[in-house]
Write a protein that binds this ligand. Structure first.
Ligand code: UT7
Length: 329
């Protein structure tokens, strides 16, 4: 492939990977902790189980395992990566970034590495940023990771939220290519929704009491649900129209895995059946920024998503933030 700095290149996904921690917590396990039932969780969310990090296991540990798989599939050595981006809401430390901790574990020295914080939309944001770097000719090989230890910011006494989240990581390797790859990305935010889904305190906003609820996720679930369904269908239309594509052109919807009912509502608006929608939420619950790459990797490794197919990736999360990517795989 001939390549010059000023030539516009496409970002091609050449490897995917994922990792879920070994510890599994089922809905029945949760029945012992809060007033809930396996039936309620399955019916309202589609979730059957979630994976939970072990004591001492960190977000960068999960990111590392997913990244190694993606690098192996891509046949790219970590030292040859030009850029590492980690999307996470649950970093190992306040600083340095989880991306630089991951970089150290991978044995890459000198390439720019940074985190992106867009909660559940983080992976799509990171993909969008990586795509701009490739398109402008700044870099040729990028590792994009979504990794989360949501259990660390979960209030295990709050049944409204604790049944919904899990831990995990997913990764992709992108390479500059003359072939079609990421056709477009679309990212949005509206900060007026801050308090519908948030952790009320952090670093500069100090918790005022010892109440665990101040340091863990708070969500007004059904309000989030309503906005998510409307917004995701709008962004699907925006993405298809921008690319002059019809719903029928899509081979797969690879959605954020938060709630099966939201996924099915989006798929229905796109006239996509379950045979064209990647669903993994049952196995790992909402892993925030890890959920899209986790779903993508499962469908790729399972042989369902194959080269040449057209994929719509989408996500919605705290902020609110939302985004999509249309990808020729
Ligand atoms: O990734 C970021 C984006 N996040 C999301 O997309 C999540 C969006 N929201 C949702 O997925 C859903 O709104 C939930 C799954 C959180 C809730 O489902 P819902 O159908 O909206 O239920 P609801 O909040 O309207 O609550 C229905 C009932 C309530 O009881 P009453 O008031 O009707 O008596 C809740 O107290 O279900 C009750 N409830 C529970 N019952 C058993 C809430 N949580 C539980 C629980 N187990 N864990």
């Amino acid at each position: 492939m001939s390549w010059t700095k000023n030539q516009t290149m496409n970002s091609k996904i050449i490897g995917t990977g994922s990792y879920l921690p070994e510890n599994i917590m089922t809905n029945v396990d949760l029945e012992k902790i809060v007033e809930t039932t396996d039936e309620w969780i399955r019916e309202r969310t589609g979730i059957e189980q979630r994976h939970i990090v072990a004591d001492g296991q960190t977000t960068s540990d999960l990111a590392y395992k997913a990244s190694m798989q993606a690098l192996e599939m891509a046949r790219v050595k970590a030292e040859d990566l030009d850029l590492i981006i980690v999307a996470t809401t649950t970093p190992d430390k306040i600083f340095p970034s989880t991306a630089t901790i991951l970089q150290q574990k991978l044995g890459n020295n000198g390439s720019p590495s940074f985190d992106i914080q867009a909660v559940c939309t983080g992976f799509i944001y990171a993909l969008s940023v990586a795509d701009q770097f490739i398109k402008t000719g700044m870099v040729k090989k990028v590792l994009v990771v979504g990794a989360e230890s949501m259990s660390r910011i979960t209030n295990w006494k709050d049944r409204d939220t604790c049944v919904l989240f899990g831990d995990g990581a997913g990764a992709v390797v992108l390479e500059a290519s003359n072939e079609e790859g990421i056709l477009s990305t679309h990212i949005h935010a509206d900060g007026k929704y801050e308090e519908l889904l948030h952790v009320p305190s952090g670093i500069s906003k100090v918790a005022q009491t010892d109440d665990i609820a101040e340091r863990t996720m708070n969500m007004k679930g059904n309000e989030v649900f309503r906005v998510a369904v409307n917004t995701l269908s709008k962004i699907a239309t925006e993405t298809l129209e921008y690319n002059n594509k019809a719903k029928e052109d899509l081979d797969w919807l690879v959605p954020h895995q938060a709630n099966l009912r939201i996924i099915k509502a989006t798929a229905k608006k796109l006239n996509l059946g379950e045979n064209k929608t990647v669903i993994t939420v049952n196995k790992h619950a909402n892993t925030s920024s890890a959920s899209v790459p986790l779903a993508l990797d499962e469908a790729v490794r399972g042989g369902r998503i194959i080269p040449g197919q057209l994929l719509l990736l989408e996500a919605f999360g705290g902020g609110f933030t939302w985004g999509s990517a249309l990808v020729r795989f």
